[in-house]
Design a protein around this ligand. Sequence first.
Ligand code: AMP
Length: 419
Amino acid sequence: MQSPRGTKDIFPLQSKAWRETEQKMADAARNFGYGEIRIPIFEHTSVFARAIGEETDIVGKEMYTFVDRGGDSMTLRPEFTAGVIRAASQHSILGQSPLHRFWYCGPLFRYERPQKGRFRQFHQFGAECIGAASPESDAEIILLARQCLVAAGINDFRLQINTLGNSESRAAYRARLSEFLQSVAEQLSEDSRRRMEKNPLRVLDSKDERDRVALVNAPSLTDFLDSESKIHFERVLNLLESQGIPYEIHSRLVRGLDYYSHTVFEFIGNSLGSQDALGGGGRYNNMFEYFGAKSAPCVGFSLGMERVMLTLEQQNPALYSPETPDVSLIALGEESVNTVWKYAAFLRAEGLSVITDVLGRSMKSLMKEADKFSIPVVLIVGENELAAGTVILRDMRNGGQRECPSEEIASAIREIIIK
Ligand code: AMP
């Protein structure tokens, strides 16, 4: 039996690196005053269909949707934002206070064509700032996203940023862009021809070479921005500059989803190959309405953990060093086993990582194992030690060994480990 295509098994060597990286990002989020939100892995299909938009690739062809035993249509979450806003709206959190800052981390599901950096089950770390319309909140989210990458140890990336303006600016631009796309329709890729009817802005995102050529003279959204949209964007850029954050304005950046307005951004990894977006996000001001609630402005981001981990594998292999126990505790003879287990329980309670043998192996093979996995300390308890209330303590790094009273083993081990 094989795992489904586009899924991965993560064994301890990698999961330690994942856990440490997620923790660094969680710490960064905490530094910015964000608290963790945990939401269901599946939702009613309408949560995503409405909020993400029927015309998007995600809703149109990538969702894992099934009818449950009660006859309801459910979908495995393909992104976090819709579920987070569903939860915020269901629990009327804006009635309790005007601003909420959440972070999240977990698996998502999209039926996409698997390739390097693209999976069917993947993971994101992200955050949403709910209730603020200000350019300051956009800048805060960008700063946090960037800090998550930096805290994880990634430095080799670029920040691309754009504005989609408010809905009036966007509507005017959309009309002009549609006209333009009609005029070059013959030269566009099939995908873009299909998209240009319902979601013309998405055509700008296309990576297809034919589209790039056809779009050279496309009208620029920047020319359609009204003064409110311009002022908002300039303030965001100004805040980034004041914090010394480099950025590139990318006037074709629209991101795949329907719900964005004003600021959108992406972090591009320089060492990732074709799937080079480490993550991205933007402002979305209308999502609460999809859930029948009063509208509230929001801004958020999400980072693709697989791409973050892929980058770290190349840039920081030390992160992937194995997790080694501190101590191997060896019982010589049946009668020492219970005492050895007592010592093990004591040392574990002291915070040390301790293994005892569960395969009935000889002392020789246990010493070999300790050597092979670079376990720094071996403790041996035989008949004599049992009678004397001591252990033999062996420093595996230099081969030195001595008898040690049982009350002193924790501190003696620490001395060796810290060395
Ligand atoms: P999105 O939710 O589509 O805006 O994606 C945000 C980030 O999640 C992307 O920049 C990727 O890093 C990551 N991502 C999106 N889709 C996938 C996927 N199928 N496999 C792996 N990572 C993904």
